[in-house]
Design a protein around this ligand. Structure first.
Ligand code: PLP
Length: 378
């Protein structure tokens, strides 16, 4: 990776590309894992996860979102990505169309194609903060549409789909026999209003799959625990796939996950408040740079500024022709690591993560302002 080469050459980089919390896993969760090891809880578990964890997921989900899932509707997976992979693999046959709102998380198109499906990109508007609207879904549905993957709060835009719009979308899909896969990995990092799960909507237990994750909510990215909530027959289909691929999620991490869900929750609120402070600083700092347009994300820990004003035709006018080129220049000359919008299906943008300290964020914004100032607008 180019950033590693720059670092190896001695550059002092500000890294705003990382997609994971900079907080440590809370102490009580770590202790639960140590206890699991000491007590010998180190063997295979049931493929779909231990009952204690399935029950803890249902109870936590009920307390947090008002849902009514039971253990037969839960599959414990090796991270949220695994839940998404299993769900797409279980549902999609060759030639099925899968609706994917843009901008989208980088892994979705490849997961869909791996299952033989066809990603169909659904536009969102910058003026809506990139939040998906039911009308856009309606326009994209065809007789071959099998699934919509909706990630709210969104990586990379931070967009949050309001509960009413979610409801309209689910009603529309259900009426057309299309499933909803709701990726809720950032559910607890919302800055306006309370956390929301599509699982609480009428009809969701029949027509939706919720993919959840402990990675971001509890700063447990390396532990690899996520879950899928779905109809029992879908859970069984996904479990079959899991039993012939990964087997059970790590036994020790499962015990740690029980503690995360059943234990004190105050650390989640602490992280949320800190992310909000950082978001406000970053959005304000970026919007002060002439030429940048950055909408206020309502969730997750990313901003997705529009940098089209700095792009040119490449070569002849000496300006980067794409945000990928711009990100490369910003890395080599400005020493800030960002992710270009192309991988998210939205060129002309950069993704910056604010899961970094205030000091790093301030340094990063200062460098971006200086670099773009020297580049000048097209
Ligand atoms: N979904 C989105 C949108 C993500 O950004 C990520 C991780 O970055 C995941 C799912 C999967 O996270 P994990 O597999 O760590 O639970």
């Amino acid at each position: 990776m180019e950033a590693d080469r720059c670092r190896a050459a001695g550059a002092d980089l500000v890294d705003l590309a990382v997609g994971e919390p900079d907080f440590p896993t809370p102490e009580n969760i770590r202790r639960a894992a140590i206890e699991a090891i000491q007590s010998g809880f180190t063997r295979y578990t049931p493929t779909g996860g231990i009952t204690e964890l399935k029950e803890a997921i249902c109870q936590w989900h009920r307390r947090q979102f008002g849902t009514e899932y039971t253990a037969a509707e839960v599959l414990v997976t090796c991270g949220g990505k695994h839940a998404i992979f299993n769900a797409v693999s279980a549902l999609i046959n060759a030639g099925d169309e899968v609706l994917l709102p843009v901008p989208h998380w980088v892994s979705f198109p490849d997961i869909i194609r791996y299952a033989g499906g066809q990603p169909v990109l659904v536009p969102t508007e910058e003026a809506d903060g990139y939040a998906l609207r039911a009308e856009a879904v309606e326009r994209a549905i065809t007789p071959r549409t099998r699934l919509l993957i909706l990630n709210s709060p969104n990586n990379p835009s931070g967009a949050v789909v309001a509960a009413g719009e979610f409801r309209r979308i689910l009603e529309l899909l259900s009426a057309r026999g299309v499933f909803l896969l709701s990726d809720e990995c950032y559910s607890h990092f919302v800055y306006e209003g309370a956390p929301f799960s599509a699982g609480a909507l009428p009809g969701a237990r029949e027509n939706a799959i919720v993919a959840g994750s402990l990675s971001k909510t509890f700063a447990m990215t390396g532990w690899r625990i996520g879950f899928a909530l779905a109809r029992p027959e879908l859970v069984r289909a996904m479990m079959k796939l899991q039993s012939h691929s990964t087997s059970n999620p790590n036994s020790i991490a499962q015990k740690a996950a029980v503690e995360a869900l059943a234990g004190p929750q105050d650390v989640v609120g602490m992280m949320r408040r800190e992310y909000q402070r950082r978001r406000d600083l970053v959005v304000d700092g970026l919007n002060r740079i002439p030429g940048i347009r950055c909408s206020m994300p309502q969730g997750a820990f990313y901003v997705f500024p529009n940098v089209a004003a700095f792009l040119g035709r490449g070569g002849e006018d000496g300006r980067p022709a794409s945000s990928a080129e711009l990100a490369g220049l910003l890395l080599r000359e400005g020493h800030v690591v960002t992710v270009p919008g192309e991988g998210f299906g939205a060129g002309g943008h950069l993704r910056l993560s604010y899961a970094a300290s205030m000091r790093e964020l301030q340094r990063g914004i200062g460098r971006i302002a200086e670099f773009l100032g020297s580049l000048g607008r097209a």
